[in-house]
Design a protein around this ligand. Structure first.
Ligand SMILES: [Zn+2]
Length: 277
């Protein structure tokens, strides 16, 4: 295999040079916390940094930049003719500061026995997000899972009862308790479980190619692990289980275990966010 543009210099790896090697279409906002859809026909393998991406037979693959992603990332694409490297510039995103008061003190300062439960919750969530399905269910597109008011944005730096906590890993949508929550796209349920310390009753759906969505703080769940769901199916109802101060849906999104802005899923089918490298 020949290696084109092996990060000799930035000029070598500029979009101009890459365009002479292989046409690649990138759809999405090249910024921290955003999901990107890429298509390059003939792609057999693709890597973003060290992470191998799952590629469809058409040469389409997805990746996301984390909330704190650095300014530059290397995308490597292998075809029959060789390996191309692309230097991707990532714009910074300005994150909110979210002050949340009235949280139960124990949910801000967990006890030792709480920490054991939190570890189990993290393991279960990690296992569900690592579930791998080759079928690209995500190509159905995505809808908002519930109608309501946005009460917390993805990436916000949270200050709970005056104490700085980890950034927000999803978006919050406030709606009355009992409001139906819908599957945002087709997929397979990889977690449907209750009474976790932070997420309460939670559902995770695998949409294929290592892309999953997370639905937390549910009053109840109406699906079980292994169920196939279609976009719009009811998967549970809005509640305030886990660490919540009022009824809302926490909607999260993850690809290759990188959390990203769930709203960027809604742009997946919109070609106005696409450009060619
Ligand atoms: Zn949330």
């Amino acid at each position: 295999m020949m290696t084109h543009c092996k990060v000799i210099s930035l000029i070598c790896c500029s979009a101009l040079y890459a365009a002479q090697v292989h046409a690649i279409e990138l759809c999405g906002n090249m910024a921290q916390g955003e999901l990107i859809k890429a298509t390059a026909s003939g792609t057999e393998q693709a890597f973003l940094g060290e992470t191998q991406l799952s590629v469809t037979p058409e040469g389409t693959f997805l990746f996301a930049f984390s909330r704190d992603a650095g300014k530059q990332h290397n995308l490597q694409i292998a075809t029959q003719e060789g390996v191309d490297n692309y230097a991707l510039d990532v714009k910074p995103t300005k994150w909110d500061i979210q002050k949340i008061n009235g949280v139960s003190p124990r949910k801000v300062e967990p006890t030792d026995s709480d920490l054991r439960k939190i570890n189990k919750e993290r393991e279960d969530l990690h296992r569900a997000l690592a579930h791998h399905t080759e079928t690209s269910f995500w190509q159905t597109g995505f809808i908002m899972p519930v109608k309501g008011r946005t009460s917390g944005n993805f990436g916000g730096q949270r200050i709970m009862n005056g104490k700085p906590k980890s950034p927000h890993q999803g978006m919050d949508i406030a709606a009355p308790e009992g409001t139906e929550v819908h599957a945002s796209s087709d997929g397979i349920v990889t977690l449907s479980k209750g009474e976790y310390f932070y997420t309460g009753n939670v559902v995770v759906i695998d949409h294929g190619q290592n892309l999953s969505t997370i639905y937390a703080h549910l009053k109840d769940t109406t699906v079980k692990k292994g169920d196939k769901v279609k976009q719009g199916d009811i998967i549970g109802h809005v509640g305030k289980t886990g660490r919540a101060t009022g009824p809302h849906l926490h909607w999260g999104a993850s690809i290759n275990n990188t959390r990203f802005q769930p709203l960027s899923l809604l742009k997946l089918g919109d070609n106005s966010f696409c450009s060619n490298l």
